[in-house]
Design a binder for this molecule. Structure first.
Ligand code: MV4
Length: 444
């Protein structure tokens, strides 16, 4: 087992990893920017190293400084958390070259799944259902037009280097195609330095349902059931839950099989997520694979009663999995609490937390790094807490979430708590009647 892990991250996920390391008897090294010197991850870790000024590019993304911090503290592994360098092939390679275990995917895996067109081709070849569309990248505008006519509008143009919805255009007819093609390519080139595009039939009003998987170094892959992440706004997830209210036993079986097929085909090691689009008839299609621990992993932990960070560290250390496929027991839901003003276009609301009362009680979990008197810096992601509930049924989970949201008092800044309360009260939400378009028309 590792003796010392450096956590190349900040905020709640840095704390989350430190807590599991402590339970495993593994020493921890926190890294921090000057803006984070008063952060809890710095206090909770065994050691802490300042890695640069506030700007992420100069601190949490600063590979030479991170490697230097790992070397001077004699860390034998690096946990990247999510975001930052968690899916950076160059950093994964750098760790490998320095003899430090990167607790995440190999550089080859990151590259092959990071190129979406390539990832799709790999999954299609493995027998994982994919949305009909181009075989690989489009060679020209004309080829795109021809194919769109063939598979019939609406279609969606996607940047192969894309993610988070950037470089993506829905096209409804021939007339729109040329300008969509031009602007998507331009956006992709500016954002990713790669304007490769592929085309798919546009699945209307889909649900976003993902399958958590874990693979060990000996070729064993298990699935840990699904998470429904359809409640999102501008590609930022707001609420995640398991089971999906749209799930059936047959669909879970089929999606779980497909996810295992997907991960097995690439000899995947570690924790990962296969994202699917699910249409109204419960057809499902591979969308992307995430090669990291995700923000929403706690809802899975709650319904399978396992620590996923512990599983991740164990498989990274070469311990064989004894596991099986897990099916959800009870219902878990997570609300992401952001320091944003939902009544002012979700404008970030950094500042000092003057009063803080965190909810508690049976079935309530709060993963957060905030404390009374803490100042949220303006430089990073605005998520400040994850409120997670676990109950026997979805109805009870919603009741508990409402109770916990009402208990949660954060003064001094604006948060998305009032928005979550409105969603919990919404009739369609309560019925489980929602798709990825829910937030587009939600009035609050
Ligand atoms: C799609 C789609 C409909 N049809 N692909 C959004 C981000 C990127 N991961 C892929 N995305 C989508 N791909 C086809 N063929 C709809 C979306 C999409 C979406 C997917 C999941 C969650 C929220 C979304 C919001 C808008 C569009």
């Amino acid at each position: 087992m590792f003796k010392k892990i450096l956590i190349a991250n900040r905020g709640e996920i840095a704390l989350r990893v430190i807590r599991t390391c402590r339970e495993m008897g593994i020493k921890t090294v926190a890294v921090y920017s000057t803006a984070d010197k008063d952060s809890l991850h710095v206090k909770y870790a065994d050691e802490a190293v300042c890695i640069g000024p506030p700007s992420s590019a100069l601190s949490y993304l600063n590979m030479p400084n991170l490697m230097a911090a790992a070397e001077i503290t004699n860390a034998d592994a690096i946990h990247p958390g999510y975001g930052f360098l968690s899916e950076n092939a160059q950093f994964s390679q750098l760790c490998q070259d320095s003899g430090i275990k990167f607790i995440g995917a190999s550089p080859e895996m990151i590259n092959s799944m990071g190129d979406k067109s390539n990832a799709k081709a790999t999954m299609k070849a493995a027998g994982v259902p994919c949305v009909p569309g181009s075989d690989g990248l489009l060679g020209s505008l004309e080829e795109g037009l021809r194919l769109a006519k063939e598979i019939q509008y609406p279609v969606i143009l996607k940047a192969t280097a894309g993610g988070g919805g950037r470089g993506m255009r829905i096209v409804w007819n021939d007339k729109e195609f040329e300008s969509a093609w031009g602007s998507a390519r331009q956006e992709a080139l500016a954002a990713f330095g790669n304007d490769g595009m592929y085309l798919e039939k546009f699945v209307q009003e889909p649900r976003h349902i993902e399958i958590q998987i874990v693979g060990d170094q000996y070729g064993k892959v298990c699935h840990l059931s699904e998470r429904d992440c359809s409640i999102q706004r501008r590609h930022q997830k707001l609420i995640e839950e398991v089971p999906s209210p749209f799930m059936t036993d047959e669909l879970r079986e089929a999606m779980g099989d497909a996810a295992i097929k997907a991960a097995s085909a690439i000899n995947y090691e570690g924790v990962g997520t296969i994202e699917f689009l699910v249409d109204k008839d419960r057809n499902f299609y591979f969308m992307e694979m995430n090669t990291r621990i995700q923000v929403e992993h706690p809802v899975t932990e709650e319904v399978i009663n396992h620590d996923l960070i512990m599983e991740q560290i164990k498989v990274a250390a070469g311990i064989p999995m004894t596991g099986k496929n897990y099916f959800p027991s009870g219902h878990s839901m997570e609300c992401r609490i952001n320091a944003e003003d939902p009544y002012n276009d979700f404008r970030p609301s950094p500042g000092t937390i003057t009063t803080l009362h965190k909810p508690g009680g049976h079935g309530v979990r709060v993963d957060t790094h905030i404390y009374a008197g803490y100042t949220i810096p303006p430089y990073y992601d605005s998520m400040i807490a994850k409120l997670i509930v676990k109950a026997n049924t979805r109805e009870e989970a919603i009741t508990k979430m409402e109770r916990a949201l009402n208990e949660f008092t954060i003064e001094g800044i604006k948060t998305t708590i009032p928005l979550h309360l409105k969603i919990m009260a919404d009739e369609d939400f309560r019925k489980g009647n929602f798709t990825t378009k829910f937030m587009e028309s939600f009035k609050y």
